[in-house]
Design a protein. Structure first.
Length: 108
C-alpha cells in the first residue's frame, strides 16, 4: 500500500470514528505529533468497534448463506420430485403392452 493510500485510509478511519490526531488538530488548533500510532490509546477503541462491525458482517453473511442453502435444497427437492415423475412416466411408457393397463381393454 502506498503512503498516500495509507494516509487516505487513516483519514477515512478518523472521520468515520470522529476521533484521531488529525481531527484533534482541526478541533483544538494544536499540533499533534504521533511518532507511533500503535501507542495511541484511541486505537484500541477504534479496533474494537471495527472488530464488532466485522463480526456483525460475518454473521449477516452467514445468515444469508444459510438462506441460500435452504433455498437451493428446496429447489433440489422439487427437481428430484419432477425427475422421479418423469422416470416413472418413461418406465410406464416402456413397459410391454401386455403388462400396461389399457383403458380401452374391457375389465381394466
Amino acid at each position: 500500500m502506498s503512503s498516500a493510500a495509507l494516509a487516505a485510509r487513516v483519514d477515512e478511519i478518523q472521520y468515520r470514528e470522529r476521533q484521531g490526531p488529525c481531527l484533534d488538530t482541526l478541533r483544538d488548533g494544536a499540533i499533534v505529533q504521533m511518532d507511533d500510532l500503535t501507542l495511541d490509546r484511541r486505537r484500541e477503541a477504534i479496533e474494537s468497534r471495527q472488530a464488532a462491525h466485522r463480526l456483525a458482517r460475518i454473521r449477516h453473511d452467514a445468515e444469508h448463506l444459510r438462506a441460500r442453502i435452504a433455498d437451493a435444497k428446496r429447489r433440489a427437492d422439487v427437481r428430484i420430485v419432477r425427475s422421479t415423475a418423469r422416470i416413472a412416466a418413461t418406465q410406464e411408457t416402456l413397459r410391454p403392452s401386455a403388462t400396461r393397463s389399457d383403458p380401452l381393454r374391457p375389465g381394466h
